[in-house]
Ligand binder design. Structure first.
Ligand SMILES: Cc1cc2nc3c(=O)[nH]c(=O)nc-3n(C[C@H](O)[C@H](O)[C@H](O)COP(=O)(O)OP(=O)(O)OC[C@H]3O[C@@H](n4cnc5c(N)ncnc54)[C@H](O)[C@@H]3O)c2cc1C
Length: 416
């Protein structure tokens, strides 16, 4: 082997939320590593830009001053709730639980990813991290004692030797494809598009994010998420198997909703499209997969962990970063990078996330039956108790389980 250009124990591929958070927690443990990203920051990422309570929870663990970095110094809008609007226009408004009692804490926020991700990479501690941008993985080869990674850095081919790699390289991850043999499964993958509009009318006073479950977009939804300065992130997502079966044109579906749906049309009368309409894939966490193997871990979208109902993936990507850092520390201490040793990572991730992902898969299926979904939303919008139950569902998986119990539907049928 010719001498590699770089040599490290740990290489993180990708500096989105999954990779950046892995690096931040590794640095907390004083573990030296290399983190690379093919982009030069600040860079955009097609997304709804909505940060949930889970994301806030990890940011709080990174720094108690997180609001200063992610809210005060960037253009972000605190959001205090969510609205589910069914295809009969029933609107269920749910405050995120903690906001009802405590208006000082931030339950969630909306921030353009170009800003959010840039704030996050600034938290990477270069005392322990060699952060290389404009550096894309080209190939991965198993060699004695480690992996030889070929990268293209600023157009020049280079090699990195590493004992193990964290695949945090997002949808279409090279690490997931080459090392875990992951493939896109259309029943567990969504297509999404996003645009920025100015002057959308009728936003909620507390910046609630809106999910509109329109019949023609099932399983999936159209969203309007408020941003600062009168801007909004507008988009839609739909299960890829349904896109193929219906031969759906997402861009056309979204523009039709804006131009023809009587309620939505009114709100866009004075709105202006301020960006291109761009698409990206969402690898959903509705199917368990291997998240590790000989000398590798997968994190975030590379591990297919997006919530199949809400489309939220940033929080889960950041949870991966925290958990990955712990398992990397153990692997370094034991000098063991085998599949058997690293399998503890899969167990911990699924222990933390699977109950929630499974329920969200159930809710995704429920939302594709408009008669049942509209019935639940219609009833819930008129029942304080149901609203409170659904509000709790955002923070408590046990309460979410009510949705899988037939008695739940019988109770709301008789409004008890
Ligand atoms: C339309 C849409 C709307 C969404 N809305 C929301 C939402 O509102 N809220 C939410 O929580 N989630 C949302 N998601 C999901 C969310 O965007 C992802 O789950 C999240 O970005 C995952 O973070 P990540 O770090 O795993 O991957 P990414 O954010 O994709 O980061 C991966 C990084 O890897 C780098 N990379 C890729 N390939 C290579 C390579 N070969 N070599 C080196 N680097 C590489 C990329 O440049 C990138 O910086 C949405 C997704 C889509 C598509």
């Amino acid at each position: 082997m010719t001498t590699p250009d770089y040599s490290t124990d740990i290489l993180i591929a990708g500096a989105g939320p999954a990779g950046a958070v892995t690096s931040i927690f590794l640095a907390n443990e004083k573990i030296n590593h290399i983190i690379i990203d093919k982009a030069i920051f600040p860079r955009d990422k097609i997304c709804g830009d909505a940060m949930s309570g889970k994301t806030v929870g990890i940011l709080k663990r990174i720094t108690t001053d997180w609001q200063q970095y992610f809210l005060d110094n960037t253009e972000a809008l605190v959001s205090r709730g969510i609205q589910f609007i069914d295809s009969d226009n029933n609107c269920l408004s749910i405050p995120f639980q903690s906001s009802a009692a405590d208006t000082k804490n931030t339950p969630g926020f909306v921030s353009k990813r170009i800003d959010f991700d840039n704030s996050l990479i600034k938290m990477i501690d270069e005392t322990f991290a060699n952060f290389i941008t404009d550096c894309s993985i080209e190939s991965i080869e198993h060699i004695t004692e480690g992996l030889l990674i070929k990268v293209k850095h600023a157009g020049v081919e280079k090699t990195i030797f590493t004992k193990m790699i964290v695949g945090a390289d997002g949808r279409g991850s090279i690490v997931a494809k080459k090392m875990a043999m992951h493939k896109v499964i259309p029943e567990h993958y969504s297509a999404g598009i996003r645009a920025y509009y100015s002057n959308v009318a009728g936003m909620h006073d507390d910046n609630y994010i809106e999910l509109h479950f329109l019949k023609e977009m099932q399983p999936g939804y159209f969203w309007i998420f408020p941003l600062p300065n009168g801007m909004a992130n507008v988009g839609m997502g739909m299960l890829s198997s349904a896109v193929a079966a219906k031969k759906a044109n997402l861009k056309q579906l979204m523009l039709d909703a804006i131009e023809k749906n009587p309620v939505i049309k009114k709100r866009f009368e004075n709105a202006t499209l301020e960006s291109k309409i761009e698409g990206w894939g969402l690898p959903l966490g509705s199917k368990k997969r291997s998240l590790s193997g000989n000398r590798f871990l997968l994190a975030g979208d590379a591990a297919s962990l997006i919530d199949p109902f809400t489309g939220e993936g940033i929080g889960n990507a950041m949870v991966c970063g925290l958990v990955a850092s712990r398992h990397i520390k153990k692997a370094l201490e034991a000098n063991d990078y085998s599949a058997a040793f690293l399998n503890g990572y899969d167990k911990e991730i699924y222990h933390k996330l699977w109950a929630e992902l499974k329920l969200s898969h159930y809710l995704q299926k429920l939302s594709s039956k408009p008669w049942l979904f509209n019935f639940v939303i219609g009833k819930a919008s008129r029942s304080k108790e149901l609203r409170e139950t659904i509000s709790c569902m955002f923070e408590n998986v046990d309460i979410r389980k009510k949705f899988t119990n037939p008695m739940f539907y019988l109770r709301i049928l008789f409004n008890r």
